[in-house]
Design a protein around this ligand. Structure first.
Ligand code: FES
Length: 65
């Protein structure tokens, strides 16, 4: 039986959600590990926990008029 592919979801103005435990290696060579069922990767580069999302993207949204 074929294994289900890893699901990755891109959230507009938010993180990239990856299913399953993940190990992420950044451009600096540092590795971050997460054992969560879903891991949020930072796509805005504002996270203090980069490459993991710390929800900082929520404070930086434009106010629409
Ligand atoms: S996407 Fe959430 S802090 Fe960057």
């Amino acid at each position: 039986m074929a294994e289900r592919p890893t699901r990755v979801r891109i959230i507009p103005r938010g993180p990239i959600l990856v299913d399953g435990p993940v190990e992420v290696t950044g451009a600096d060579g540092q590795t971050a590990r997460s054992s969560r069922v879903v891991t949020a990767l930072c796509a805005c580069r504002r996270s203090a926990l980069y490459p993991l999302c710390d929800t900082s993207h929520r404070r930086c949204r434009k106010v629409e008029s």
